[in-house]
Design a binder for this molecule. Structure first.
Ligand code: ITT
Length: 200
């Protein structure tokens, strides 16, 4: 069973491959060239389905050679209470500069404009898992606080400013292994793993 990830974010792919062990995980870009994906949905779930369906359609000519496979996508982001749940589904495009550092700076700047040093927040990961016959979606959440002082060098995206509930370190200060035992992505992928075991 191959699990083909409909993502071009290498950090996500690494985390998914680690959590889904021993399944064989590969990026769709190992099979075809990168697709243009129009994330026009209004929810994480809609965008996850759009990503997976776009990639499945593009993979069509290769299906006879793929063996048993599933396409898996992840649409994720950070929702910040005192910023009206922004950046949410726009997390990757928050600063309009397309890079993690600029998005993180923009979030800190927005907190300042709302006279806040910190805010309750949560990460959401919506997954779409599909093949030619069925589509499943599942979610995972990680609640905590965002703070205006980045700490740590691990992880990616907003990890340096996110402190999970009942802990004192940011996601960028804990190890890859520790993050992937508690994360929103881990919680959603637990359900995906059960389905994959059933399909294989
Ligand atoms: P693909 O669409 O190709 O999968 P992407 O990075 O554009 O990659 P999203 O549209 O789902 O993915 O945007 C998710 C953004 O949310 C991502 O760029 C990060 O900034 C943030 N994010 C998601 N999960 C995160 C995590 O575990 N840690 C830190 N930031 C995260």
């Amino acid at each position: 069973m191959k699990v083909i990830i409909a993502s071009s974010n290498q950090h996500k792919i690494q985390e998914i491959a680690y959590i889904l062990q021993p399944f064989r995980v590969m990026s769709y870009t190992e099979i075809i060239t990168e697709c243009i994906i129009n994330e026009k949905g209004t929810t994480f779930e809609e965008n996850a389905i759009i990503k997976a369906q776009t990639v499945l359609k593009a993979l069509k000519p290769h299906i006879p050679t793929l063996g048993i496979f599933a396409v898996l996508s992840d649409d994720s982001g950070l929702c910040v209470k005192f910023l009206d749940n922004k950046p949410g589904i726009l997390s990757a495009r928050y600063s309009h500069q397309g890079d993690d550092k600029a998005n993180l700076s923009k979030l800190i700047q927005e907190l300042g404009m709302h006279n806040r040093d910190s805010s309750p927040a949560y990460f959401c990961s919506a997954l779409a898992l599909l093949n030619e016959h069925m589509t499943y979606t599942m979610h995972g959440y990680l609640h905590g606080m965002v703070v205006n002082t980045p700490k740590g060098n691990n992880g990616f995206g907003y990890d340096p400013i996110f402190i999970p509930q009942n802990t004192t370190k940011t996601l960028a200060e804990i190890s890859f292994e520790e993050k992937n035992k508690i994360s929103h992505r881990y919680k959603a992928l637990r359900h995906a793993k059960v389905l994959l075991k059933y399909w294989q």
